[in-house]
Design a protein around this ligand. Sequence first.
Ligand code: EPZ
Length: 431
Amino acid sequence: MERYVIRGGHPLVGEVTIGGAKNAALGIIAAAIMTTDPVRIENIPDVTDTEVLLKAEKGIGVKVDHEDRHTVIIDSSKLNSTFIDDEYMKKIRASYYFVGALLGRDKRAEVPLPGGCNIGVRGIDQHIKGFRALGAKVNIAHGCISAEAKELHGAHIFFDKVSVGATINVMMAASLAAGRTVIENAAKEPHVVDIANFLNSMGANIRGAGTDVIRIRGVERLHGTDYAIIPDQIEAGTYMAAVAACQGDMVIKNVIPKHLECITAKLSEIGCQITEFDDAVQVTRYEPLSSTQVRTLPYPGFPTDMQPQITVALGLAQGISIVTESIFDNRFKYVDELIRLGASIKVENNMALITGVSKYTGAGIVAPDLRAGAALVLAGLAAEGETVIDDISYVERGYEDFDAKLRDLGADIVKVSSEWEYEKTKLRLVE
Ligand code: EPZ
C-alpha cells in the first residue's frame, strides 16, 4: 500500500502548473462516445478516475488512443455494448455519466450504481427524474441502473436539488432527444459549462449553461470535435490553501481566476495576499491567519470540494472559526485524523467549530477520501516533524503528480510503496 511520508514545516515557494479539471474530464470522456466520429480531447488530467473511465470505454469496444499524456482520441464507431462492466466502474461516482451518454446515443444503458468518495448519502433520484421526464424507463436492480426508451423527447424539468451530476447527465441525454428541454434549478459549476461547451462543439444546441436555467434543443446527431478541457478549479484551490496552511509565496499557473473568486475571497479575508493575473494567481502568506466562517454552497459559493482544505488552514488561524458543510452529510470524517495532528475541532452535525492552534505536530494518519486526503497532506506539510499518510490511492484519484509538484515547491514529501522504502526515508530524515 502506498503512503506519503512528509517532513513538515517548510514554506511553499515557487510555481506550480494546474492540470485539466478532473470533474469536467469525467463528463467529457463519457460524452465523447455520443458520436461515431473520432473526438480529440486535450488537457485530460492523468489521474486514476479518468484512467478508470477510459478503461471502461475500451471494455465496450471504444478505441482510445493516447496522443500524449494528456491528449486522447476517442473513437466509438465500433462501440459494441450498452452495458458497462462493473469491475471498473463501481468504484467511481462518474460511472453514472454513461447512463446519460448511452441513453442519448443508443436509447439504452445499463451501468453499475455509482461508488466514489464516502462523503455521505449520494442519491441519484434527480438523475432518474430527469431521464424519466425525457421518456426513459428507468430501473434499479442487481446493483445496476438501467434506462431505456423507444424515443427520447424534450421536457421541462425542475430539479428539487441543485445537482452537478444530474444537470450534466440530463443535458447529455437531452442533446439527442427530440424537441426542447428546459432544465430549471440547474447546477452552475465551471465544469457544467465546460461539458455544455464540449457538447456544443459536437453539434449540440445548449444555451444558458452557467445560469440556473439551461435550454437544450435536441439534434439528430453529434459529430466529432477537437476540444481542450478547462483548468481544475479545485486543484488550484488546493495549492492556494496549501500556502495558507504552510506559509510561502506561490504562483499558480494555468488557472481561470474567475473560477477561484470564492476561494480567493476567503483566503484574503483570513490574511493571505492574492494577486490575480490573466491565467495565474499568486498567493503569499507569512503573517498569522485570522479566523472566519465558511459555508459550502453550490457555485459560485464556496465549493464543498475545498471544505477540508480550508478547515486545515483555519485550524492554524487565531481565534474560533466555523465551517458549515451544506452539500454532503458526512464530509467531516477526516477531522479525527486532523485532531491526531493536534487540531482542536468539534463537529456537531454539519458544522465544525475550530479553535485555532499555533502548530500541528506530525503523526500517522489515514486519508478517508479524495479531498480530505489532499487536505491532510497540507496539514502534514504544515506540521512539525514527520507525518505518514496511508490510503493515498484516494488522493491519486484526483491529483496528478501531487507529491512531485509539492516537492518542486520546496516540500519534503515522498511516496513509498513498501516498508523497506519507508525505512529508507528515515535516513533522509536524519540527514
Ligand atoms: C459532483 O458530485 C462532483 N463529482 C463532486 O466532486 C462534488 O463534490 C459535487 O459535484 C458537488 O460539487 C463529480 O463531478 C464526478 P451533486 P455529484 O449531484 O454530481 C444530492 C470530488 O471530490 N443529490 O451536485 O455527485 C447529493 O447527495 C467529488 O471531486 C441528491 O440528493 O454531486 C448531494 O448532497 C466529490 N439526488 C447534493 O445533492 C441526486 O439525484 C449535491 O450532489 C443528486 C444529488
